[in-house]
Design a protein around this ligand. Structure first.
Ligand code: NAP
Ligand code: MG
Length: 404
């Protein structure tokens, strides 16, 4: 069989620990035999990040910006313990944070669903995608522990010296104080990414904030979304028969639980943090979650939502067999290949990505699963296999599909 052609390289960002091992298996078993794989390779493994003083992460992000599509393996975000373990020069920043700030994107997370793993919410029939704004609010907040009596004020001093001032509270006792911010540029990027992703995936877009209470802050989000929608996206939404729908966050929560799924739920930074954990847990497992960073100028970075699965890696190093679920990492590759194919007009590459995903789903439906899923499966006879056997089972099914 002739290998499937690619024209533009994918930006390939390798990572750490168990996911680095899985990365190699996926390439050897599921990609290289079938695709004439073109990638520009960046090793974001912690060792190389340290050796290059993290320049490699910035280079990878810039390459992702240049070529448009990247695929990233999970990476270690160093903490104090990792600094000792890897003898690092510095506690390097989270690579995801670095890439996110260079691409200026929004993170979209969607569960991979199969019939035998039922969501905890029984009326959910289709996946719910969370779009999380990844800048500002409480994550960039500043705080004061108020020691006692006194007056708290919020002050803005303009470049021209103009002063805006609000009294926050006249404290008659100790308390706490917090200030947070966001920027119109970032909110606009967030809105564009959400509308574009909705068009791309032909799904309705929901957006929720608490603008009835937060009359300036959250209201600003609501107005920016509304303005951008009316001006730039409404016509295309109408053509595709999809809708944009704004509601209060508490109303959204109630509607999400009663819904069938099948839409994108855009959330402010904190809401997205909390709600994506709720949604992914209710759908089954973090290892069955896809994650893609989309920038407003149409750049995409595909990754798994989980980390480097350290506990399994230490077992692997001891020579023990591991049953780590490679689904999210396989889907990062299939997602990136499909997007590359779409941008370059390579139908065969798009078809390959779809077949790879179908082969994964068929494998699971045949009851061949990693340990994390076996306990969740209902109504089928499921057996637990190790990672490489799972990948080989996917390969068998993929080969049949490619021959057909
Ligand atoms: P983790 O790697 O997601 O793993 C936490 C636990 O979840 C695992 O011990 C395992 O549970 C289960 N799990 C996660 N992925 C799985 C998979 N594919 N198959 C089977 N089980 C899976 O999170 P962590 O242990 O908190 O973090 C490890 C490292 O990853 C850290 O250094 C962190 O900085 C990094 N991290 C990176 C990213 C990223 O690059 N996107 C995201 C998060 C964390 P059991 O042990 O019970 O089987
Ligand atoms: Mg969280």
């Amino acid at each position: 069989m002739e290998k499937i052609r690619m024209t533009t390289p994918l930006v390939e960002m390798d990572g750490d620990e168990m996911t680095r091992i899985i990365w190699k298996m996926i390439k050897e078993e599921l990609l290289l035999p079938f695709v004439d794989l073109k990638t520009e390779y960046y090793d974001l493994g912690l060792k190389m990040r340290d050796e290059t003083r993290d320049q490699i992460t910035k280079d990878a992000a810039m390459a992702n910006k240049k070529y448009g599509v990247g695929v990233k393996c999970a990476t270690i975000t160093p903490n104090k313990q990792r600094v000792e373990e890897y003898n690092l020069h510095e506690m390097w920043k989270s690579p995801n944070g670095t890439i996110r700030s260079i691409l200026d994107g929004t993170v979209f997370r969607a569960p991979i669903t199969i019939d035998s793993i039922k969501p905890v919410v029984k009326n959910w029939k289709k996946p719910i995608t969370i779009a999380r704004h990844a800048y500002g609010d409480v994550y960039k907040g500043v705080e004061i522990r108020v020691p006692g009596k006194g007056k708290a004020e919020l002050i803005f001093t303009g470049e021209d010296g103009e002063i805006l001032k609000e009294t926050v509270c006249d404290f008659e006792c100790p308390g706490v104080l917090q200030a947070m911010h966001n920027k119109d540029t970032s909110i606009r990027s967030f809105a564009h990414s959400c509308f574009k992703y909705a068009i791309d995936t032909k799904q309705d877009l929901w957006f929720s904030t608490k603008d009835t209470i937060s009359k300036k802050y959250d209201q600003n989000f609501k107005l920016i979304f509304q303005e951008i929608f009316e001006k730039e996206y409404k016509a295309r939404f109408d053509e595709l028969g999809i809708t944009y729908f704004y509601t209060l966050i508490d109303d959204a929560v109630a509607r999400v639980i009663r819904s069938e799924g099948g839409y994108i739920w855009a959330c402010k930074n904190y809401d997205g943090d909390v709600m994506s954990d709720m949604v992914s847990t209710a759908f089954g497992s973090l290892a069955m979650m896809t994650s893609v960073l989309c920038s407003p100028d149409g750049k995409f970075e595909y990754e798994a939502a989980h980390g480097t699965v350290t506990r399994h890696y230490y077992r692997y190093l001891k020579g023990e067999e591991t049953s780590t679920n490679p689904m999210a990492t396989i889907y990062a590759w299939s997602g990136a290949l499909k997007k590359r194919g779409e941008l370059d007009g390579l139908e065969e590459l798009v078809a390959f990505g779809n077949k790879l995903e179908e082969a994964c789903i068929d494998t699971l439906n045949d009851g061949i699963m990693t340990k994390d899923l076996v306990n969740l499966a209902e109504g089928i006879e499921a057996r637990a296999v190790n990672t490489i056997d799972f990948i080989r089972s996917v390969r068998e099914r993929l080969e049949k599909k490619l021959e057909a």
